[in-house]
Design a protein around this ligand. Structure first.
Ligand code: SAM
Length: 244
Protein backbone atom coordinates (compact mmCIF):
# COMPACT_ATOMS: atom_id res chain seq x y z
CA UNK A 1 0.00 0.00 0.00
CA UNK A 2 1.28 3.52 -0.80
CA UNK A 3 2.48 5.63 2.15
CA UNK A 4 0.03 8.54 1.57
CA UNK A 5 -2.91 6.15 1.31
CA UNK A 6 -1.93 4.33 4.51
CA UNK A 7 -1.55 7.68 6.33
CA UNK A 8 -5.02 8.71 5.17
CA UNK A 9 -6.45 5.35 6.31
CA UNK A 10 -4.62 5.51 9.62
CA UNK A 11 -6.01 8.97 10.38
CA UNK A 12 -9.54 7.56 9.98
CA UNK A 13 -8.81 4.32 11.78
CA UNK A 14 -6.97 5.76 14.77
CA UNK A 15 -9.75 8.26 15.40
CA UNK A 16 -11.96 5.27 16.23
CA UNK A 17 -9.54 4.21 18.99
CA UNK A 18 -10.14 6.19 22.15
CA UNK A 19 -7.16 8.40 22.94
CA UNK A 20 -5.77 11.92 22.86
CA UNK A 21 -3.15 11.79 20.14
CA UNK A 22 -3.89 14.12 17.19
CA UNK A 23 -3.51 12.94 13.57
CA UNK A 24 -0.53 15.31 13.13
CA UNK A 25 1.15 13.77 16.17
CA UNK A 26 0.33 10.30 14.81
CA UNK A 27 1.98 11.09 11.49
CA UNK A 28 5.06 12.33 13.38
CA UNK A 29 5.26 9.03 15.31
CA UNK A 30 4.78 7.08 12.07
CA UNK A 31 7.66 8.96 10.41
CA UNK A 32 9.95 8.65 13.44
CA UNK A 33 9.31 4.88 13.63
CA UNK A 34 9.75 4.49 9.89
CA UNK A 35 13.09 6.32 10.03
CA UNK A 36 14.62 3.99 12.64
CA UNK A 37 17.69 2.30 11.21
CA UNK A 38 17.72 -0.82 13.39
CA UNK A 39 20.22 0.37 16.01
CA UNK A 40 17.68 -0.44 18.73
CA UNK A 41 14.01 -1.14 19.42
CA UNK A 42 11.01 1.12 19.63
CA UNK A 43 9.48 1.65 23.08
CA UNK A 44 6.24 3.26 24.11
CA UNK A 45 5.47 4.21 27.71
CA UNK A 46 1.70 4.54 28.13
CA UNK A 47 -0.34 2.81 25.44
CA UNK A 48 -3.90 3.14 26.80
CA UNK A 49 -6.04 1.57 24.05
CA UNK A 50 -3.39 1.63 21.37
CA UNK A 51 -3.90 4.78 19.31
CA UNK A 52 -0.24 5.83 19.43
CA UNK A 53 0.92 2.19 19.33
CA UNK A 54 -0.84 1.71 15.99
CA UNK A 55 0.96 4.75 14.52
CA UNK A 56 4.32 3.49 15.78
CA UNK A 57 3.61 -0.08 14.63
CA UNK A 58 2.69 0.94 11.11
CA UNK A 59 5.67 3.29 10.90
CA UNK A 60 7.91 0.40 11.89
CA UNK A 61 6.26 -1.89 9.31
CA UNK A 62 7.03 0.68 6.62
CA UNK A 63 10.58 0.90 7.94
CA UNK A 64 12.79 -1.78 9.41
CA UNK A 65 10.06 -3.87 11.07
CA UNK A 66 11.49 -3.21 14.52
CA UNK A 67 9.61 -4.53 17.53
CA UNK A 68 7.51 -1.97 19.39
CA UNK A 69 7.49 -2.64 23.14
CA UNK A 70 4.21 -1.20 24.41
CA UNK A 71 4.51 -0.67 28.16
CA UNK A 72 1.48 0.03 30.30
CA UNK A 73 0.01 -1.49 33.49
CA UNK A 74 -3.36 -0.79 31.81
CA UNK A 75 -4.99 0.53 34.96
CA UNK A 76 -4.93 4.16 33.84
CA UNK A 77 -3.05 7.18 35.18
CA UNK A 78 -4.20 9.16 38.23
CA UNK A 79 -6.36 11.48 36.07
CA UNK A 80 -8.12 8.50 34.42
CA UNK A 81 -8.78 6.81 37.76
CA UNK A 82 -10.22 10.09 39.08
CA UNK A 83 -12.42 10.39 36.01
CA UNK A 84 -13.46 6.78 35.28
CA UNK A 85 -12.80 4.91 38.55
CA UNK A 86 -11.24 1.45 38.37
CA UNK A 87 -10.36 0.57 34.77
CA UNK A 88 -8.63 -2.09 32.73
CA UNK A 89 -7.68 -1.17 29.16
CA UNK A 90 -5.64 -4.29 28.34
CA UNK A 91 -8.23 -6.30 26.39
CA UNK A 92 -9.32 -3.35 24.29
CA UNK A 93 -5.65 -2.59 23.60
CA UNK A 94 -5.00 -6.18 22.47
CA UNK A 95 -8.10 -6.18 20.26
CA UNK A 96 -7.07 -2.94 18.55
CA UNK A 97 -3.55 -4.23 17.90
CA UNK A 98 -4.86 -7.53 16.56
CA UNK A 99 -7.46 -5.82 14.36
CA UNK A 100 -4.60 -3.84 12.82
CA UNK A 101 -2.57 -7.02 12.26
CA UNK A 102 0.21 -5.53 14.34
CA UNK A 103 0.46 -8.37 16.86
CA UNK A 104 3.57 -9.68 15.10
CA UNK A 105 5.44 -6.46 15.78
CA UNK A 106 3.91 -4.99 18.94
CA UNK A 107 5.05 -6.61 22.18
CA UNK A 108 2.74 -5.62 25.04
CA UNK A 109 4.39 -5.44 28.45
CA UNK A 110 1.75 -5.14 31.12
CA UNK A 111 3.81 -3.36 33.75
CA UNK A 112 5.06 0.07 34.76
CA UNK A 113 7.82 1.96 33.04
CA UNK A 114 10.10 1.25 36.00
CA UNK A 115 9.41 -2.51 35.92
CA UNK A 116 9.93 -2.66 32.15
CA UNK A 117 13.22 -0.79 32.43
CA UNK A 118 14.55 -3.55 34.67
CA UNK A 119 13.46 -6.27 32.18
CA UNK A 120 14.39 -4.69 28.85
CA UNK A 121 18.14 -4.69 28.40
CA UNK A 122 18.12 -4.02 24.65
CA UNK A 123 19.15 -0.65 23.20
CA UNK A 124 16.34 1.70 22.24
CA UNK A 125 16.29 3.75 19.06
CA UNK A 126 12.96 5.52 19.56
CA UNK A 127 11.00 6.04 22.74
CA UNK A 128 7.63 7.74 23.03
CA UNK A 129 6.74 8.71 26.60
CA UNK A 130 3.06 9.22 27.41
CA UNK A 131 2.61 7.49 30.79
CA UNK A 132 2.00 9.15 34.15
CA UNK A 133 2.10 12.94 33.75
CA UNK A 134 3.23 14.07 37.22
CA UNK A 135 6.62 15.84 37.09
CA UNK A 136 8.44 13.26 39.26
CA UNK A 137 7.07 10.38 37.20
CA UNK A 138 7.97 11.93 33.84
CA UNK A 139 11.43 12.77 35.18
CA UNK A 140 11.78 9.17 36.32
CA UNK A 141 10.80 7.99 32.82
CA UNK A 142 13.51 10.21 31.39
CA UNK A 143 16.13 8.96 33.83
CA UNK A 144 15.21 5.28 33.36
CA UNK A 145 15.26 5.31 29.57
CA UNK A 146 17.87 7.92 28.61
CA UNK A 147 20.78 5.51 29.31
CA UNK A 148 19.18 2.86 27.04
CA UNK A 149 18.72 5.28 24.14
CA UNK A 150 21.38 4.86 21.46
CA UNK A 151 23.34 7.81 20.13
CA UNK A 152 21.23 9.28 17.34
CA UNK A 153 18.09 7.80 18.94
CA UNK A 154 14.95 9.84 19.43
CA UNK A 155 13.12 10.59 22.67
CA UNK A 156 9.61 12.02 22.35
CA UNK A 157 7.14 13.19 25.02
CA UNK A 158 3.42 13.81 24.71
CA UNK A 159 1.50 16.70 26.35
CA UNK A 160 4.43 19.09 26.59
CA UNK A 161 2.41 22.19 25.72
CA UNK A 162 0.60 22.95 28.94
CA UNK A 163 1.27 25.14 31.97
CA UNK A 164 -1.58 23.40 33.83
CA UNK A 165 -0.63 19.70 33.80
CA UNK A 166 2.96 20.73 33.48
CA UNK A 167 5.02 17.59 34.28
CA UNK A 168 5.96 16.74 30.67
CA UNK A 169 6.61 20.40 29.76
CA UNK A 170 8.98 20.95 32.69
CA UNK A 171 10.85 17.73 31.95
CA UNK A 172 11.41 18.54 28.28
CA UNK A 173 12.49 22.09 29.14
CA UNK A 174 15.08 20.81 31.62
CA UNK A 175 16.22 17.62 29.92
CA UNK A 176 15.75 18.19 26.19
CA UNK A 177 15.56 21.88 25.22
CA UNK A 178 18.27 22.97 27.70
CA UNK A 179 20.39 19.83 27.54
CA UNK A 180 23.84 19.28 26.07
CA UNK A 181 22.81 15.78 25.03
CA UNK A 182 20.05 16.56 22.54
CA UNK A 183 19.94 18.27 19.19
CA UNK A 184 17.09 19.09 16.82
CA UNK A 185 14.65 19.47 19.71
CA UNK A 186 11.34 20.36 18.12
CA UNK A 187 7.62 20.15 18.79
CA UNK A 188 4.66 19.03 16.75
CA UNK A 189 1.32 19.80 18.39
CA UNK A 190 1.89 18.67 21.98
CA UNK A 191 4.82 16.33 21.26
CA UNK A 192 8.38 17.48 21.93
CA UNK A 193 11.13 15.27 20.56
CA UNK A 194 14.88 15.41 20.11
CA UNK A 195 17.87 13.40 18.97
CA UNK A 196 20.41 12.12 21.50
CA UNK A 197 24.01 13.15 20.85
CA UNK A 198 27.27 12.77 22.76
CA UNK A 199 27.43 16.54 23.04
CA UNK A 200 25.56 19.16 21.07
CA UNK A 201 27.15 22.22 19.46
CA UNK A 202 26.57 25.85 20.41
CA UNK A 203 24.47 26.24 17.27
CA UNK A 204 22.36 23.20 18.30
CA UNK A 205 21.77 24.81 21.70
CA UNK A 206 20.75 28.12 20.11
CA UNK A 207 18.30 26.29 17.83
CA UNK A 208 16.90 24.29 20.76
CA UNK A 209 16.37 27.47 22.78
CA UNK A 210 14.72 29.14 19.83
CA UNK A 211 12.25 26.21 19.54
CA UNK A 212 11.57 26.46 23.27
CA UNK A 213 10.76 30.16 22.89
CA UNK A 214 8.33 29.34 20.09
CA UNK A 215 6.70 26.63 22.20
CA UNK A 216 6.31 29.01 25.17
CA UNK A 217 4.91 31.68 22.85
CA UNK A 218 2.39 29.18 21.46
CA UNK A 219 1.31 28.04 24.94
CA UNK A 220 0.81 31.62 26.15
CA UNK A 221 -1.15 32.68 23.05
CA UNK A 222 -3.35 29.57 23.26
CA UNK A 223 -4.06 30.25 26.95
CA UNK A 224 -4.74 34.00 26.59
CA UNK A 225 -6.47 34.39 23.25
CA UNK A 226 -9.42 32.32 22.20
CA UNK A 227 -9.04 31.87 18.46
CA UNK A 228 -11.53 30.10 16.18
CA UNK A 229 -10.47 26.56 15.23
CA UNK A 230 -9.34 27.48 11.71
CA UNK A 231 -7.16 30.34 12.92
CA UNK A 232 -5.70 28.11 15.63
CA UNK A 233 -4.80 25.56 12.97
CA UNK A 234 -3.16 28.20 10.77
CA UNK A 235 -1.30 29.61 13.80
CA UNK A 236 0.03 26.15 14.73
CA UNK A 237 1.17 25.54 11.16
CA UNK A 238 2.88 28.94 11.06
CA UNK A 239 4.72 28.30 14.34
CA UNK A 240 5.76 24.82 13.15
CA UNK A 241 7.05 26.43 9.97
CA UNK A 242 9.08 28.94 12.00
CA UNK A 243 10.99 26.15 13.72
CA UNK A 244 14.45 25.79 12.21
C1 SAM B 1 -2.53 9.34 28.28
S1 SAM B 1 -2.61 7.60 28.37
C2 SAM B 1 -1.70 7.08 26.97
C3 SAM B 1 -2.40 7.38 25.69
C4 SAM B 1 -1.82 6.66 24.48
N1 SAM B 1 -0.42 6.97 24.28
C5 SAM B 1 -2.61 7.02 23.24
O1 SAM B 1 -2.08 7.61 22.31
O2 SAM B 1 -3.79 6.74 23.21
C6 SAM B 1 -1.53 7.26 29.68
C7 SAM B 1 -1.30 5.78 29.94
O3 SAM B 1 -0.16 5.68 30.78
C8 SAM B 1 -0.32 4.55 31.59
N2 SAM B 1 0.58 4.68 32.75
C9 SAM B 1 0.40 5.33 33.90
N3 SAM B 1 1.46 5.19 34.70
C10 SAM B 1 2.36 4.45 34.02
C11 SAM B 1 3.67 3.96 34.30
N4 SAM B 1 4.26 4.22 35.46
N5 SAM B 1 4.29 3.21 33.38
C12 SAM B 1 3.69 2.95 32.18
N6 SAM B 1 2.47 3.39 31.86
C13 SAM B 1 1.80 4.13 32.76
C14 SAM B 1 -1.79 4.55 31.95
O4 SAM B 1 -2.22 3.25 32.34
C15 SAM B 1 -2.43 5.06 30.68
O5 SAM B 1 -2.91 4.00 29.89
Amino acid sequence: MKRDKILEDLVTLTQSIEGWLSPTEGILLFNLAKSCEGKGYIVEIGSWKGRSTVWLGWGSKFGKNLKVFAIDPHIGSSEHIQRFGKIDTFNEFLQNIKAQKLDDIVVPLRCTSYEASTILKEPVELIFIDGAHEYDMVKQDFELWFPKLVEGGIMAFHDTDSYKRDGPRRVVEEFLYKSQFFKDVRFVDSITYGKKVVRNSRLDRIKNHYSLLLLRFRIVIAAKIHLPKTLRKIGKKLINFLQL
